[in-house]
Design a protein around this ligand. Sequence first.
Ligand SMILES: [Zn+2]
Length: 141
Amino acid sequence: MHFRSNQVIYALIRIYFGVLQMQEKPETTPIKRMADLLRQGATLTDLSCPVCASPLFRLKDGTLWCAKDEKKVIVLKDGEEPPKPSAGTAYDKLETILLTKVQDIQNKIEQTQDVDELQKLTVALSELLNSLEKIQKMKKA
Ligand SMILES: [Zn+2]
């Protein structure tokens, strides 16, 4: 998974976090943890977690971190693909699809000069992130 601009993702997460606050959900969600990591200077990598397939963060000290599992991830060789998640559930697959769509929308947001389109894209993104959050909750249940 390649995220071309961490800043755009950060902006999008902030939009989503704003939505969360409006809904008064105090619990820590993976999305919020990701936003916190970015704020602390972590960067989003193009690696994915071997356990949950979430995009991994590189912390300031170089540690690879999964914000969803809240675990350190060790990659044996630099540039090596992490092992594919074994026996992915239907939720995992759905989540991956939605993350891909989030990336698509992110690319469109980067390219658009049209305010109306930007608004539509932002709404779509917000709904996608909502869906992602629901899936993450269902996976926990
Ligand atoms: Zn993970």
